[in-house]
Design a protein around this ligand. Sequence first.
Ligand code: SF4
Length: 283
Amino acid sequence: MIADQIMMYLDSVGKRVDENVLEAATERFKQALTRQIMSDREDRPNQLYATMVTKKCARQSAYKFHGFKGADLSPRAKINFLIGDFVELTVLALAELAGAKVEKNNERLIVKGGGVEFACRPDGLINTEHGPFNVEIKKMSEYGYDEWERVGLSDDWGYRTQSQLECFAWKLSGVDVKGTCFVGIRGLTGHIREELIPYEEGLAFSACERALRVQTSTKDNLPERAWKPVPETFRGKPTGLMILPMQCSYCDFAQVHCWPEAKMEIKSGKPKFYIAVKEPNGI
Ligand code: SF4
């Protein structure tokens, strides 16, 4: 739908300069630099928004909702977020050049249901012969991309939930989307692929239910953690130590609030959090 067209365009000859595409890409480039690098990161306490509730852990969302200060964003992470925005604007430009124009980029939609209401800004909408599709574009790690290619898109990082929430929001706005065209770029090598995810409301409803748990929680009564420590393994064998699962390793609140007793070590370039208990309290 989008990835195939882009690859055909890139392989084609007889290309020309398209001033409209250049202008739109320049504007998005400026917005990305301004947002990711030239402004301070703003907390938005007491405000729900879609990407806050796409991952499984309601406690992580509640830390953000109640304005808890997380770990400082490292320069590496800031560059990574900026590159994520560049990937999005690159795919949008390539799609338009390839004749698969994505419209309504970042349009503000509203998710409303189950006692909550919050904003959501999808990457766009594409009209096809099968009807309109929501578009979601992601820069992915090599590991995430390769796993997606091998076994399909997982919801470990909330990508499927985000896609369904966006479809739900389009439907509430009157656009009868058939599903999501999820486009991923493998960060290190530039490979591109897509998956069409049909609309099914279950994940969107779970996210609304999670949003309600966050909204009705308090700083002193946070929702339960979605994750707990797991045994560490090396070459398939347990080492006897307990670590936080991958989802917690990339959570801004892991060491600052959630598991202050965890000790962080970098192993093969990735953070690992060791916990000195076998069965932690308060899960
Ligand atoms: S550290 Fe893990 S369990 Fe705790 S809030 Fe973050 S994701 Fe949830």
